[in-house]
Design a protein. Structure first.
Lengths: 191, 191
DNA sequence: CATATTTTGTACCTCCAGGTCAAGAAAAGG
DNA sequence: CCTTTTCTTGACCTGGAGGTACAAAATATG
C-alpha cells in the first residue's frame, strides 16, 4: 500500500551512473543528481539514503553492465586475437567520441588508497571479473595454439588487464585515437 | 625590498604535492594545505593565488621528479629487461607499502574528460616523457638483440606505458603484491 | 629614521554541499 | 470515505569550502 513511486528506481540509478561517470564522486552534487533524475531532493534521499549509497548502487550497476558487455564481446566467434582486437578497437572509438574513460578506473583513482574500503572492494571485484574473462580467452587461445601454451595464463591475463586499465587512463586524459590504437597494436603483437 | 618570506616556496610546493597526491584535488581543502605547509591562509593565497594554481605547480613538480627518477632507474647498467624489471618491482614495493598510486594517473582520472585542459596537458606531457624514456630503452634493447628488432618500438613502448599506468591503478585500488607482480611478470614475458 | 614595499595572521564573507523535515498527495484496506 | 501507509515537494538548516580584507610586522632605500 501507500503512494506508488513516481519514477523507476532502476532507471534513476542508471541516470545517476551517468553523472558520476562523467564528473566523479566528489564533484557530483545533490543538485546535479536532482536535475539528472528529474525528481525532488526529498525523493532522492528517501529512496537512496545518501549520495554515497546511491553511488555504490550506480557503481555496481556499471560493473555488472560492463562485465556482461565484455563477456559478450569476447564470446563472439572467430580467433581469440581478433575478438580481442575488435573489443579493444571498439573501446578506443567509444572513448575518442566521449572520453569519460572507465568509471571503475576513475573511481579507483579517486576513492582508492584506503579511503573507502567498500568501494575499493567493488573496484577489485570488477578487476577480478575482467581478469577472469581474459583468462578464459587466453586459455582458449592456448588450446587452439593461437597463444604459446607455455606462457602462464595468469600472468598474461593480468598483463592484458593492466594494459586495458592503462588504455582507459590514456583515453580519459584525452590522448589521440592514434596513441590509443598504438597501445592496442603493441598489446596484440605480444600475444 | 619588503619583508622576506618566512617559508621556502619550493618546499611548500612539495608539501602540497604530498597532500594532493594522497587526497586528490577535489578532496583537499585549504585547511589541509594550511596545516601541511605550516603557514597562514593569507600567506598561502598571497604566494600561490589559488588552490588550483598551487595544484598545477605541485603536479608539475611531481612530473619532473618522476621523469628524472624513471630516467635514472632505466639508465643503470646491465640488460634492458633487468633494468625494467628492477624499476617495476621497485614500484610494486613502494605501492604495497603506501598505495597512493601515481599522482598523474589519479589526476587524469579525476580531472580528465575535458574538464581541465591545462591540467590534462600536463598529464599528457608526462605520458609523452615516460613513453619516450621507454622507447629509448626499447630501441637500445633492439640494437643489442634483447628485443626483436622487427617490432615497432612505438607500439611496444606505448604498450609498456599503458601497462605501467594500469599497474598504478591496480595499486591504488589496493591489489595485493602478488597481483601486481603478476602484471610485471606478464609484461616482461612479452618483451 | 621615515617611508615604501612586501609578507603574515586572523577575522570575516559568501556560497553551496549534503541533508532533514513538515505538510500534503496518492494509493490500499476496512 | 476515513485511516494508514508510503511517496513528493520545497523550504530550511548546518558546516565548511574557497577566498578576501585589513592591520600589524619585517625589510630595503633615501
Amino acid at each position: 500500500m501507500g503512494r506508488p513511486k513516481q519514477f523507476d528506481p532502476d532507471a534513476a540509478v542508471v541516470q545517476a551512473m551517468d553523472v558520476f561517470w562523467r564528473k566523479g564522486y566528489g564533484a557530483t552534487t545533490p543538485q546535479d543528481l536532482v536535475v539528472a533524475l528529474g525528481i525532488g531532493k526529498g525523493s532522492l534521499y528517501h529512496a537512496f539514503g545518501s549520495k554515497h549509497a546511491l553511488f555504490e548502487k550506480a557503481l555496481e550497476r556499471y560493473r555488472d553492465d560492463q562485465a556482461a558487455g565484455l563477456i559478450e564481446l569476447l564470446g563472439s566467434p572467430g580467433p581469440v586475437k581478433e575478438r580481442l582486437r575488435r573489443a579493444l578497437e571498439f573501446l578506443v572509438e567509444v572513448n575518442v567520441v566521449d572520453p569519460r574513460g572507465c568509471m571503475v578506473v576513475n573511481t579507483a583513482a579517486e576513492l582508492g588508497g584506503g579511503g573507502d574500503p567498500e568501494v575499493s572492494e567493488t573496484v577489485r571485484n570488477q578487476f577480478a571479473r575482467t581478469r577472469a574473462a581474459f583468462r578464459g580467452a587466453v586459455e582458449e587461445a592456448q588450446r587452439s595454439g593461437e597463444i604459446d601454451p607455455g606462457r602462464d595464463p595468469g600472468a598474461v591475463s593480468s598483463m592484458i588487464l593492466s594494459s586495458l586499465l592503462g588504455l582507459q587512463v590514456l583515453a580519459r586524459a584525452g590522448e589521440s585515437r592514434e596513441q590509443l590504437n598504438q597501445v592496442v597494436d603493441g598489446l596484440l603483437d605480444t600475444l
